[in-house]
Write a protein that binds this ligand. Structure first.
Ligand SMILES: NC(=O)c1ccc[n+]([C@@H]2O[C@H](COP(=O)([O-])OP(=O)(O)OC[C@H]3O[C@@H](n4cnc5c(N)ncnc54)[C@H](OP(=O)(O)O)[C@@H]3O)[C@@H](O)[C@H]2O)c1
Length: 264
């Protein structure tokens, strides 16, 4: 992998490109990108430090590894426009629903494919990168790509049939945790905390709790038990969450995603 080319430079691609740049794994001048609105692309290019391309063809000519990062419904048209331009190249798809099996119907067998489901915390190096088991990268190429994505988050290989649910939890999860942080900050503000202080406190609490779980390897229920003293305040809060259906609401959010996914 010498030259990386992004098709689409939206939220996800920007998170990855920024993370890849910060990782130091790629020499300068090795990231290219194409998106239809050139002025916006150029602005992002100056900010992030990639080379903007004026057409899909220019992008495909420049890159040996292409990252498909436009919206899933745009991919058929993109592949039609590219024709045989991807032949012989590696294609990393981060588009929801566009896995290894689906690409087989659209691209030549010489295109080496890997489906990866990333999430936006990649921008901070703390993302989750789900790698679909089925792929046609060479083993060396796959390990290089895994190393690159590993620089922006946890790499986890999943069997093909679990990519949907894995992506629901890690890809959509940041939005749910953002709501959780917003809600606890609202509660803090309700009882007098300044808004910015409330956000700082809750986001660090989420970060710290996640780190504590990762570093101790403890079951989250055990960590919860450790802060619930008998007759104390935390257990009263836990009881209120259970009464209000917190757990159920979390599971229902994933049920809705899986229902929506099954419609496609
Ligand atoms: N956001 C996430 O958290 C997340 C997580 C996992 C996976 N993904 C996947 O990442 C992909 C992009 O999502 P996103 O949230 O980054 O979307 P987004 O912010 O809307 O970005 C879409 C990008 O695609 C470009 N684009 C539009 N039409 C195009 C075309 N015909 N050819 C090439 N590029 C085109 C847009 O360019 P213009 O701005 O110039 O129109 C824009 O740069 C999706 O397939 C999604 O499933 C996203």
């Amino acid at each position: 992998m010498k030259k990386l080319g992004f098709i689409g430079m939206g939220n996800m691609a920007k998170a990855l490109a920024k993370g890849f740049q910060a990782s130091g794994f790629l020499p300068e001048g090795s990231i290219y990108a194409y998106a239809p609105h050139y002025d916006k692309l150029k602005e992002n290019a100056e900010m992030i430090g990639f080379i903007p391309c004026r057409s899909l063809t220019e992008l495909a000519d420049a890159a040996d590894t292409v990252i498909m990062a436009c919206k899933p419904y745009q991919i058929e048209d993109v592949l039609t426009e590219l024709g045989d331009k991807l032949n012989g190249k590696a294609l990393i798809s981060v588009a929801s629903g566009w896995g290894f099996a689906k690409y087989q119907q659209y691209v030549d067998r010489s295109v080496r494919i890997q489906f990866v489901m990333p999430n936006t915390p990649a921008m901070t190096g703390e993302g989750v990168m789900l790698f679909e088991k089925s792929n046609s990268l060479t083993p060396e190429e796959r390990s290089e790509i895994m190393k690159l994505f590993g620089a922006v988050g946890l790499v986890e290989e999943l069997p093909d049939h679990l990519m949907g649910i894995g992506g629901a939890v890690s890809g959509c999860g940041p939005a749910f945790l953002d709501i959780l942080m917003e809600a606890y900050a609202d509660a803090g503000v309700k009882y007098g905390l300044p808004r910015d202080t409330a956000y700082r406190i809750i986001s660090q609490t989420v970060l710290g709790s996640a780190k504590l779980q990762q570093e101790t390897g403890e079951h989250p229920g055990v960590l919860k038990d450790q802060v619930c003293s008998p007759g104390g305040t935390t257990i009263c809060g836990v009881a209120a969450l259970e009464r209000e259906g917190f757990r159920n609401a979390c599971i229902a959010s994933i049920d809705e995603i899986m229902k929506k996914k099954s419609e496609h």
